[in-house]
Design a protein around this ligand. Structure first.
Ligand code: 5GP
Ligand code: ZN
Length: 114
C-alpha cells in the first residue's frame, strides 16, 4: 500500500534491523525499544490492524505466532517470559496503521498496561 511505513519496510524500501524474513512476514527490531528485547512482527501484505483480520488469515496468524515462539527461544527469552501485543486504534495507541505484533522481553512487564 502506498504511503504505509511498514509496507515500505516489508518491501525493503526503508531499512530495518531484521531478525527473520520469509515470503509472508518480517520480524525486525523496534526503532524505539520499550524493553531490552523489543521486536515487531508484521505480515508482508497490508492489513490495517487486527480489526481487519478474517478467517482467511488463520494460517498467517498461526505462522506469525509460531515464528514469535521460535525467535523467543533463539533469543533466550522463552523461559523468562515475554509479552505479545497488538494495538488497535486510537485508544490503544496504534500509531502505524499496518498490523504489527510487538514482542517485549527481558524485563518485568506491568499488568494491567497503562
Ligand atoms: P504502535 O504504536 O502502532 O503500536 O507501534 C508502532 C511501533 O513502530 C512503535 O513501537 C515504533 O517505535 C515503531 N516504529 C515506528 N517507526 C519505525 C521505523 O521506521 N522503524 C522501526 N524499526 N520501528 C518503527
Ligand atoms: Zn502497510
Amino acid at each position: 500500500m502506498d504511503d504505509c511505513l511498514f509496507c515500505k519496510i516489508a518491501a525493503g524500501e526503508i531499512p530495518s534491523s531484521k531478525l527473520f524474513e520469509d515470503d509472508t512476514l518480517l520480524a525486525f527490531y523496534d526503532i524505539d525499544p520499550q524493553a531490552p528485547v523489543h521486536f515487531l512482527v508484521i505480515p508482508k501484505k497490508h492489513i490495517s490492524s487486527a480489526a481487519d483480520l478474517t478467517e482467511e488469515d488463520a494460517a498467517l496468524l498461526g505462522h506469525i505466532y509460531a515464528v514469535i515462539a521460535r525467535l523467543c527461544k533463539e533469543l533466550g527469552v522463552a523461559e523468562s517470559g515475554y509479552r505479545v501485543v497488538t494495538n488497535v486504534g486510537e485508544d490503544a495507541g496504534q500509531s502505524v496503521k499496518h498490523l504489527h505484533f510487538h514482542v517485549l522481553a527481558k524485563r518485568s512487564l506491568a499488568w494491567p498496561p497503562g
